[in-house]
Every structure is written in C-alpha cells, then in structure tokens.
Design a protein around this ligand. Sequence first.
Ligand SMILES: [Fe+2]
Length: 308
Amino acid sequence: MQDRYTPAQLDTWRRDGVVLIPDFFTADEVAAVTADFRQVFDRTGADDPLVKKKDGEVGRFKPAQFKGVQSVPIDCSPALNLLGVHPALVGFAKAALTSDEVHLYQCQAWAKFTGEADYEQPFHCDYVNHTLTAPSDDAHLNSVTFICIFSDVTEAHGPTHYVTRPDSLKVAGPEATLSGDPAVQQQLKPYERSAAGPAGSLFVYGIDIWHRGTNLVAPGGHRYVMTVCFKNARNSAIDFHAWQFHHTQPWRHIFDHATPDQLACFGVQRPGDPFWTETTLARAQTRYPNWDMTPYREAVARREKALA
Ligand SMILES: [Fe+2]
C-alpha cells in the first residue's frame, strides 16, 4: 500500500500542511465510488452557475453549500461506505500522525452541483468544528484531513483553494480564522493555490490550514468528493461525528464488508479485546446478523481454552 504515495509527498504534507497526490485511487475504485455518488445524489448540475458574490467581495458560508453532504453509512455499495477506511488512506494517516492506532472521526460524501449554491467561501481553518480549543503544531496531537476526489475537478468545478502553512504564516496563524477579519482574506489572496485534480486524486491538508471552497461554474457540472479525517485514537479532544449518534443509518453496509482493522477505525474493539465475550459476541451478532465475526469468535475461543 506504501506505493500510493511517496515519502517525499508525506514530507511535503509535514512541511507545507498540504499535498495533492494524483492517481491515489485506482480507476476501478473511482468507477465504483462514482456509481455510488450517482445513485445517492440523483441529479445533475444546472447550465448556469448561481453567483451571489459580487466582484471584489469575499465568499460566504451558506447552508445551501452543504446540501449535498451525507455522512456514512449511506444506502449504497461498500465502495463508498468503506472508502474512508481504505487501507492506503489509513496507512497515510498512521504515518502522518505517527500513531499505530488511528480513529476515523469524519467521513462524508459531498456532492456539489452547478447552480445549486454559490459555493464561494472565505478562507478559513477547519479546527473550529473539530476541537473546542485550538490546533496543535504536533501532528500526533492534531489530525489529518483528506479530500478524496471522485470526479474530474477543473477550475470550473469548484476546486478547494488553499494557502500552504509557510505562506500563511507570513500573514496570520490559524487562530485568525476566529476574527473573520476581511484584511486577512486580502492578505492571503496572493498566496492562494488550487487543489484542482482529476478523479482519483487525494488532497491532504489539516485543520490548521487556510483554505476555501470555490464556485462551480461549468455548465451541468458536478463535483464528487469524500471528506475523511483521522486522529490518533487516544486523542479525545478532536472529533466530529459521534458514530453512535448515526445509529439509524444502514451500518450493515459497513459491518458486513469491513475488516477488523477497518472497524477499529470506527472504534469497534479488535479481536482479542477483553470486551469480546460469548455474551457480547451474541449481542453484536444479533444486531448485525451478516457480520462475519469469525476472527472475534476465534479469539474468544483461544482465550477460553488458555484459561481452561
Ligand atoms: Fe473547510
């Protein structure tokens, strides 16, 4: 799995806080996830963009920009539902966070369509809704955030724009995101870069990185991405979803297809964990009748045999 990114790309992320990795996902993976997006977001973009922002104005957050956001699990195939715990993504997250045990704390599909909103946003840092305090400069105590791109994103398809960490530090630290100061927006502008890329690209950034959404202006255009965030599993200060809160969603699409390593990213105890007993095995199997619990069951059997 290591060959999906290079050590140099990981170093770029450590230094700049951002890296764009083309061809991270295979053509087959892109095709499968794209088919899920088409099924779930059964609509197309309009011919004309919605433009609310006047020339020279800074973009704004608007609820319509988030209309096409759905967190997993979603009623579609395992391709989309398990994308966030793709072993190559988990591997990158472990290396980035210098942690053997990582937790998936955000995983959502986000479809944008020309004309559905004016997607132009101000520069901002995401930490305000990922932690109650502040982002750390220590990657192990921070998080890594991914935008997985599943449609061809040109400048006309609303690419994320960003400022690298070294460039933004010439202007303002991430805490300036709290002030909404328009002067900061203007000062960041000369350093703005684009994360446009073809389907299959991976944009890696962080909760302390200045970035913003841009508008879709391509006639009939759409942009399919998944936002995926990992933290060191022992970091309780950073979070987004409480997965349990989404209990009415179709978790079977995840449990019936995920490996124990993938489920561990959602907080499910691994085989051999003391949580697993004959009782908890039976209860969990009742909840997910088609979950293959063999590794969990075998670990309990081994433990009971050792105690006998
Ligand atoms: Fe953001």
